[in-house]
Design a protein around this ligand. Structure first.
Ligand code: NAD
Length: 470
């Protein structure tokens, strides 16, 4: 391959490998791969006494399960091809982690940095109006979430706009996920994608055979990690991996350069520096490299691209030195780069699995919203009481007092955050084990990406076979 396909073509080519490996018939393959519908809207908003026209998209790749789910990004480079590619990834992602949703994605062509808060609110509310009116946003059919350039704030505006338009919908708050906790969100959603990246890597390192195949050994402790993008996903992943697993973040690549420290960077300090100075420049205790992208090629154990798509391409794939790449961003490797790295024996944990923590916890949030109750509310005190009973029983049987800290840990009922983390951890572990099983089948399933898509396609094809196409 000597030219780069588009992002959407890249996803399709990667999916084709899996479809060919399992010999899926052409008809079912086309039905699964095609994007069901794409909405493009253009709408005017009065900004600073001038009328500006904005363009946005919402693509529904699949609705074999409803609602269709996927983030909305605000970016100056957004286009329909990208939105369709990301919607397709959502379909496969949900199937891989057993989240019963179809795949969707949206984007608004905008550079949010150029607008004030109130202006962004106006634009977001107007965009929401377009999506609701055209049937592309509701708790039952299509549920957005945050992505690049959007966050809790935008989700709260969207939910509020939907509520005003559909005041009789008792489930209105479930029309978007990733909301602030005091506005129907769920504890643990903000960190969820980064947390999922951590759980995915932890599970990988529980399989010594897989670790050895990636030319490494041992655990995450002391592993040298390079992270690209210290936004929502990259920050949380890097923070948890360094603070909880003992990994060393040896480089952080941001849009205006990279910071390098072989002894390991303090992620929280770098993050606070960026918030304060809007740049990584002049961070004390690290070497600054102006050409940030070149740092992707630095010697390390694990590379975590967590910024944008198409960062590792035909141009730089040969020079990547990482043994393992965990795709925290969507589509950070092009199809050509993926082929080169596969031939070179680099292990790749694919995006459709690695960054599925966000949609998993969005699923929990949606369930919380439609069931109108916080997880743990009914059983927490009951669990606490049972814990005390067990401690007292132990004291009676043994005649020894149970130490205070043991009693406390026995009697602690799980709160929502505990349950969310437990559900996410279980999801990421189970999904890896399913992917691994598919990989071990061999027969054309040569890498974990193909194995992930095999897992997803088998589940999606099953729904077509069970329900039929009409
Ligand atoms: P974000 O906007 O919070 O963070 C992106 C970060 O990348 C920012 O810090 C930005 O400065 C940095 N960046 C931008 N251009 C860069 C460049 N050229 N080089 C280095 N750094 C650059 O976005 P996010 O939500 O963290 O999303 C990151 C990726 O993860 C995207 O591909 C997104 O689709 C994917 N993702 C996000 C979620 C989620 O829950 N937020 C879920 C699944 C996948």
């Amino acid at each position: 391959m000597d030219h780069e396909p588009s992002f959407r073509e890249s996803v399709d080519l990667m999916v084709d490998r899996a479809m060919n490996a399992i010999g899926l018939d052409q008809g079912t393959a086309s039905a699964i791969k095609s994007c069901n519908s794409v909405l493009q809207v253009r709408f005017p908003v009065r900004i600073r006494n001038k009328i500006e026209v904005f363009t946005g998209w919402r693509a529904v790749h699949s609705d074999h399960r409803l609602p269709a789910k996927g983030g909305i990004r605000y970016a100056p480079y957004a286009d329909q091809d990208e939105v369709e590619a990301l919607a397709a990834l959502m379909t496969y992602k949900c199937a891989i982690v057993n989240v019963p949703f179809g795949g969707s994605k949206g984007a608004l062509l905008i550079d949010p940095a150029q607008y004030e808060r109130d202006e962004l609110e106006l634009i977001t509310r107007r965009f929401t109006l377009e999506l609701v009116r055209k049937g592309f946003l509701s708790p039952a059919t299509n549920v957005p979430a945050p992505d690049i350039g959007t966050g809790q704030r935008e989700m709260a505006w969207m939910a509020d706009t939907y509520k005003q338009l559909q005041p009789t919908d008792i489930n209105y708050i479930a029309c978007v996920t990733g909301k602030p906790v005091h506005h129907g969100g769920i504890n643990g959603r903000v960190e969820a994608t980064g947390r999922g990246v951590q759980y995915a890597l932890q599970e990988f390192f529980r399989h010594p055979q897989d670790v050895a195949a990636a030319n490494m050994q041992g655990t995450l402790e002391g592993k040298r990690i390079v992270v690209q993008g210290l936004g929502n996903v990259g920050y949380h992943a890097a923070k948890f991996l360094s603070e909880e697993d003992g990994a060393k973040i040896t480089a952080i690549i941001e849009r205006d350069g990279a910071l390098i420290n072989e002894e390991g960077l303090n992620v929280e300090d770098v993050y606070q520096h960026i918030i304060q100075h809007h740049s990584v420049k002049n961070f004390p205790g690290a070497r600054f490299e102006e050409n940030g992208k070149s740092v992707l090629e630095m010697e390390c154990d694990i590379l975590i691209p967590a910024a944008l798509e198409s960062q590792i391409t035909l141009e730089n794939a040969d020079r990547i030195k990482a043994r393992l790449i965990a795709e925290a961003a969507n589509g950070p490797l092009t199809y050509g780069a993926d082929e080169i790295l596969h031939k070179r024996g680099v292990t790749i944990l694919p995006d459709a699995y690695v960054n599925a923590g966000g949609v998993t916890v969005s699923y929990f949030e949606w369930i919380r919203n439609i069931s109108h109750i916080r997880f743990g509310r009914m059983q927490r005190r009951h669990d606490e009481m049972r814990g005390h009973q067990v401690a007292s029983m132990l004291e009676t049987i043994t005649g020894t007092k149970v130490a205070g800290h043991h009693r406390d840990s026995l009697a602690r009922g799980a709160d929502e955050l505990d349950l969310v983390r437990s559900g996410l951890d279980d999801t990421m572990r189970t999904a890896y084990q399913e992917i691994r099983e598919a990989f071990l089948e061999g027969d054309g399933i040569q890498d974990l990406r193909t194995a992930s898509y095999v897992v997803a396609i088998r589940k999606i094809a099953r729904t077509y076979l069970d329900v039929g196409v009409y």
